[in-house]
Design a protein around this ligand. Structure first.
Ligand code: C5P
Length: 336
């Protein structure tokens, strides 16, 4: 009896985390590439890509609900009607995280238009801090002393990564803290706040109500579609009227859209089978992977020793935070 096969939830937990690492890395790199590639025509609208991803996510979730109901159309129809149309207050609860996620998804395009992939990812780890603060204030969660310590280390690491460096012997045009860099950093910081709040809010809804995660995601997606279209019209209304919402789309754009939609599903699965903290681990692994890829193949960034030290601190802080979390959750460290 001591060689038990791994229970499906544990397998799903590590599977969903592994997929999240690959998804995060490929999304960050392709999004950055798609925003910086020199193109002849106009570039695709980021706001429109957010809407497309939202649409794909809804279709995928409807399919998943369909599959959960043994591919029976009547059952699917019944679930959608009962859970979504006939429960407007339940559905409305999702308007808040959905509006925030839409805003956040638009911000991420702004961030990756202005920052290299590695700097973006390390800075975005500050969402561990915001997630922790919202968990403490909204869920009444308590943090251990090593977790508070790890949050301080996290902030120090991110400050180092962002530290403006002057390269000796080069002219003033080398890497001044350009205004685009500032725009990028502000976008990431705002995205960290929204990620922390929306993540905690969504996890609370998932854990307090019986609806399946895919039904919840359809509700999230429906509002996402509405909010996303509002951003398109407010931000890019003129362009859309003059040409089309899909101007400048190419294969690369669709790859980014697919990866983003798929990412939403993986994030939801991680929240279900694992939790927000383990999600932080996945992001740390992904940082290592994308730094190596950016450095070796993409020529997208040139790390200095402060960047390196900062990244090491951020990754160490992630593990320190997660270690105590695991120990608390299971009562003893070896029970994890
Ligand atoms: O960076 P963060 O971990 O906050 O990523 C959240 C991303 O996952 C957002 O792009 C959001 O649209 C998506 N998401 C989703 N469905 C959920 C939770 C998050 O699509 N249930």
């Amino acid at each position: 009896t001591h060689v038990l096969p791994m229970a499906p939830p544990a397998r799903l937990k590590y599977l969903s985390l592994g997929i999240l690492v690959l998804q995060t890395t490929s999304l960050v790199l392709t999004m950055r590439y798609s925003r910086t590639l020199k193109e002849d025509g106009p570039r695709y609208l980021a706001s429109s890509a957010v809407v497309s991803a939202e649409m794909l996510k809804i279709v995928a979730c409807i399919f998943l609900v369909f599959r959960d109901n043994t591919f029976n159309f009547r059952a699917l129809n019944y679930v959608l009607r009962e859970e979504i149309v006939n429960k407007p207050t339940e559905t409305l609860k999702l308007a808040i995280p959905s509006g925030i996620y839409t805003f956040q998804n638009n911000l991420l395009y702004v961030a990756l238009t202005n920052l290299d992939a590695a700097t973006y990812q390390v800075t975005y780890q500050l969402k561990i801090l915001t997630t922790a603060l919202f968990s403490v204030s909204m869920l009444g969660k308590r943090l251990g002393k090593y977790q508070w310590l790890s949050l301080l280390i996290l902030m120090a690491g991110i400050a180092l990564v962002q530290w403006p460096v002057e390269v000796p012997g080069t002219s003033e045009q080398t890497k001044p803290l350009a205004s685009s860099q500032l725009v990028g950093v502000l976008a990431v910081l705002a995205a960290c706040c929204s990620s922390g709040f929306a993540g905690v809010y969504f996890e609370k809804i998932l854990k307090e109500t019986p609806q399946s995660v895919w039904v919840r995601n359809i509700q999230l997606g429906l509002f996402g579609l509405i909010f996303g279209l509002m951003v398109v019209f407010v931000n890019d209304g003129e362009t859309v009227r003059e040409s089309s919402m899909f101007q400048g789309y190419n294969g690369l754009t669709w790859t980014v859209v697919l990866l983003q939609a798929f990412g939403g599903l993986v994030v939801a699965a991680v929240m279900k089978y694992a939790d927000n903290i383990l999600k932080g681990f996945a992001a740390s692994f992904s940082i290592i992977l994308s730094c190596v890829i950016s450095y070796l193949w993409l020529d997208d960034f040139d790390p200095n020793s402060l960047f390196f030290l900062g990244t090491v601190l951020v990754i160490a802080a992630t593990f320190l935070y997660g270690f105590e979390e695991t120990a608390n959750a299971s009562g003893s460290p070896q029970g994890a």
